[in-house]
Design a protein around this ligand. Structure first.
Ligand SMILES: Nc1ncnc2c1ncn2[C@@H]1O[C@H](COP(=O)(O)OP(=O)(O)OP(=O)(O)O)[C@@H](O)[C@H]1O
Ligand SMILES: O=P(O)(O)OC[C@H]1O[C@H](OP(=O)(O)OP(=O)(O)O)[C@H](O)[C@@H]1O
Length: 208
């Protein structure tokens, strides 16, 4: 038998929708998976191996070729700028990146502080606008930053807007759309082209 196709799947909120899409595309996969501890599982009938990664790490596994393909949020791809081929917009886990802050506040002309989990996306955004900012990197609970005086604005994911609302923040600038994408390692894409092309075709038919 050929080498298995290794797919890097993001643990967390993308996983379920992405896995469901693979089932809809007629891949013969177990209906439920225990995500609590196991980080790798094989599906011999499909000759597929899944690795379960932190969402931000998926492009790293794919760039290094330890996964042939992977599913990653566009936010992660823009932030990481890894050398991977983006093959398909799966149109799942849709949200957007925005700047937000306390209501009725204007930014200081001198280096306002921007708290974010996306330092590269935020820097590029303000650089393109010719605005000099100080980026403060955080790993989560970003909405806290303006509330406690750590930053003037945040740059973060907005989906329903509930988190902003509950923390008394308002959206200022819509930065970019986000959805999950199928990505491939460039060498795998050449070497396993038939399998990857077949997978793309089957998934494409299920994308809503
Ligand atoms: N509120 C949201 N609604 C829809 N999609 C989201 C939302 N927040 C994040 N996403 C998408 O889901 C991806 C992963 O989000 P998730 O919250 O599972 O991981 P994470 O916050 O990076 O991980 P962790 O919480 O383990 O640090 C993001 O990269 C983004 O593409
Ligand atoms: O607009 P909403 O629907 O409220 O979603 C937006 C929230 O979802 C994400 O947070 P997450 O739950 O991943 O937590 P963390 O980033 O703070 O860890 C994001 O960082 C926002 O805080």
């Amino acid at each position: 038998m050929n080498e298995p196709l290794t797919i890097a799947m993001p643990k967390g909120r993308i996983f379920e929708e992405a896995y469901e899409l693979l089932i809809q595309a007629n891949f013969d996969l177990p209906e439920t998976i225990d995500l609590s501890r196991k980080l790798m599982f094989e599906v011999p009938s499909e000759n597929i191996r899944f690795i379960l990664a932190k969402p931000m790490d998926v492009p790293t596994y794919v760039e290094h070729g330890v996964a042939d393909i992977g599913i990653a949020g566009k936010d992660t791809l823009l932030e990481q700028q890894r050398h991977v081929h983006e093959l398909l917009d799966l149109k799942i886990s849709t949200c957007h990146i925005a700047s937000a802050g306390l209501p009725n506040t204007v930014l200081d002309e001198i280096a306002p502080r921007i708290a974010t989990k996306y330092p590269n996306i935020a820097s590029a955004y303000y650089r393109e606008r010719g605005e000099q900012v100080e980026i403060i990197g955080l790993n989560g609970s970003i909405e806290l930053a303006p509330m406690i005086g750590l930053a003037d604005r945040i740059v973060d994911i907005v989906s329903t807007g509930q988190t902003l609302k509950e923390n008394g923040l308002v959206e200022y600038e819509y930065i970019t759309d986000v959805s999950s994408r199928l990505v491939a390692n460039p060498a795998s894409y050449r070497m396993k082209n038939e399998r990857i092309t077949d997978l793309v075709k089957r998934l494409k038919a299920c994308v809503k």
